[in-house]
Ligand binder design. Structure first.
Ligand code: ATP
Ligand code: MG
Length: 420
């Protein structure tokens, strides 16, 4: 991609109302644009990052048998009435009126915009499941979620409209559900490791989804909105909402460590929902003994747009974003410092790299070197290649995370990029 054609340009100043780092840097770098509080466009650079995040999630979902599909976002009131989640939390312990966007069309028919899809999957199951032989079922989709978030402040971390991968599993028994739940926990740990995060898994309440405990995937970050208690020696961790002790207590699990309090960002959450949904929506299957039994159900969410924002929160410096190579919008940033007769034609380098399967952003603009370098640091692609009169028939290689500059031949550059 030629940077002269990239939409939009970078910006020197962050928006005045931007409070969080992800908001400032992602807007300045041209990754996202805010339409109103909690509502964002993923611009071409941001969409590249989210597409890469989604692909990693997709691969790991498919590895545990997930089948990708796509469900609607406009839902009739009636389906939410079946579980009582249309109502408020005063009427029903899982009532979700406060978070759902509910409205009427011009004929007075009531609808909601999707804030999750348990009810929709349950409806699919009751139309398609009859016997134990039809189970288990593992399905997922990537789609927009709408939530009436009272505070939509932390940049793209908290949208009123945002992207989610949500997976759903249906089983014949609690044991089968819990075995799969553990598999999902491992799949989630893999996903976040591949995305470049250090993750803490904490136990938490189920919010408007279940009265059971759930597991959250948390990234420790000073700017996080969640508070978790974690052991300094083992993996033990609880969300503040269900923690009864205090900081400094000894760990109830390993007994050796001390409990620490930390701020964190929740990037994923898995829910062992049980039979609550099946009982209310009459989703039964016939077991081997001929008896009708309710389906056991679980759901599993990750927010790819929040993941992108979280990476920026934990990986940046005063100059800009520092992407890791897994989710960077491009593999390398080729920066051409224009002079009369460059020994090595930048276009040749560009074509050779692309021919080798390397994704290149080529800064071919007629702007001063200082501006090019500042933009390169702001956008944060892990490798910067500079071609100038000074580099003669070689190329300068510099990584975003270091100050070391190396002079390499084109062949060496290609080899290194492929190995990376
Ligand atoms: P929070 O407690 O932060 O409001 P939640 O627990 O209500 O989030 P879940 O229903 O567990 O969210 O959603 C699953 C995942 O979707 C979350 O782990 C997060 O990655 C993402 N997510 C949830 N709400 C938002 C939001 N408003 N904006 C962006 N991503 C979100
Ligand atoms: Mg959650």
């Amino acid at each position: 991609m030629r940077q002269s054609q990239l939409f939009p340009k970078t910006r020197k100043e962050a928006p005045k109302d931007a409070e969080s780092v992800n908001h400032k840097l992602l807007v300045r770098g041209g990754f996202i644009d805010q339409l109103m509080a909690g509502s964002w466009t993923l611009l071409p650079l941001g969409w590249r990052v989210v597409t890469k995040i989604n692909q990693i999630i997709r691969e790991e979902m498919n590895n545990v048998g997930g089948q990708e599909m796509l469900m609607p976002l406009l839902h009739p009131k009636s389906i939410w009435g079946e579980t009582g989640r249309w109502g408020s939390s005063e009427e029903n312990p899982l009532g979700a009126k406060e978070i759902m966007y509910q409205f009427q069309d011009s004929r007075g028919k009531e609808y909601a915009l999707s804030f999750t899809h348990e009810e929709i999957v349950m409806d699919l199951l009751r139309k398609n499941i009859t016997s134990y032989a039809d189970l288990p079922v593992y399905v997922y989709h990537f789609s927009t979620k709408f939530r009436n978030e009272p505070r939509a402040k932390s940049g793209i971390l908290r949208g009123r409209e945002f992207m989610m991968k949500d997976a759903y599993s249906a089983h014949t028994s609690e044991k089968d559900l819990m075995d799969y739940y553990e598999k999902m926990k491992i799949a989630y740990a893999k996903i976040f490791k591949r995305l470049g995060f250090k993750i803490r898994i904490t136990e938490a309440s189920g919010g408007v989804f279940t009265t059971n405990h759930t597991h959250e995937f948390q990234v420790v970050a000073l700017t996080g909105e969640d508070t978790i208690y974690i052991c300094d020696k083992c993996e033990w961790g609880l969300n503040q909402e269900i923690f009864k002790g205090k900081e400094g207590d000894s760990c109830p699990s390993c007994k050796k460590g001390k409990i620490q309090k930390a701020k964190s960002i929740e990037v994923g959450n898995i829910f062992p929902l049980g039979t609550w949904y099946a009982e209310r929506m009459r989703v039964y299957y016939t077991d081997k003994d001929g008896k009708k039994k309710p389906v056991w159900f679980g759901s599993y969410g990750i927010g790819p747009t929040r993941v992108m924002g979280t990476l920026v929160e934990v990986s940046h410096d005063e100059k800009g974003i520092i992407w890791n190579k897994t989710i960077s919008p491009f593999d390398v940033h080729l920066v051409e410092l224009k002079t009369e007769n460059l020994k090595l034609k930048t276009e040749e380098i560009y074509n050779k790299l692309r021919g080798a399967g390397i994704d290149v952003l080529w800064d071919d603009r007629e702007v001063p070197a200082g501006e090019k370098f500042a933009d390169s640091d702001l956008i944060g692609i892990p490798v910067r290649l500079v071609v100038s009169a000074k580099t003669k028939d070689k190329i300068e290689w510099k990584e975003r995370i270091s100050n070391k500059v190396e002079i390499l031949s084109l062949e060496e550059v290609v080899k290194r990029c492929k190995k990376e």
